[in-house]
Design a protein around this ligand. Sequence first.
Ligand code: PEP
Length: 251
Amino acid sequence: MRKPVIAGNWKLFKTKNEALALIEELAPQVKDVDNVEIIVAPVFTVLPSLVPATAGTNISLAAQDVFWEEEGAFTGEVSSRMLLDAGASHVIIGHSERRQYFGETEATVNKKTKAALAGALVPIMCIGETLDAREAGDTFKVLETQLKGGLEGLTASQFAPVIVAYEPVWAIGTGKTATDDQAQEAHAFIRGVLASLYGQETAGKTRILYGGSVKAENVKGLMSCADIDGALVGGASLKAATFAPIVRFRD
Ligand code: PEP
């Protein structure tokens, strides 16, 4: 069975004290939730402060990006080694905002995914089509290109820890969620591509998260879909009152 993952992407929000206050409020509200992996992704600078705050809780820490080199003359970048040192266990890679505003491509996503794996971080690799691509009937083509490009050169055993997040760009931060059927269709397609790359067994074990305006009101329907194994949550992860009910989707 695939253990569900509920991950909160805090994006460019939350200073240290704001992040600590959120963890303090969230942790007791989710402490009895078992069999769900709970992850939050603060900005880089806040990661070390959240290590003691999350110690002894069921909440893990992710970074929102990683650079592919381990060290060197790369001003402004942060490597997987440094993220591990700062307390992250996971890292979001290829989020659509990074593709849109920071020039991320399949090639950079691939290098970052390999660097994360080499650095013992679990990559949460994001893929998803724009509204234009969906309307042009290119959804599957885009997903396949992003998936194969991002994973190029990885063997099945290297790929095994990777978590994939399907985030239709038109549903991120817009309040528009894919319907359960639209999301399930994309997830089943993604699992099929993974099976073609790595075999049924590995594909069957891969967690594929849905992201795009996930809220307490729609999480149950999404989580009841056969190929949806969790959620990557933006806006609704910024408050314990809206994130805890998503984590507690089984209640
Ligand atoms: C995201 O940023 O990954 C995301 C899904 O955002 P939101 O939940 O706000 O749509």
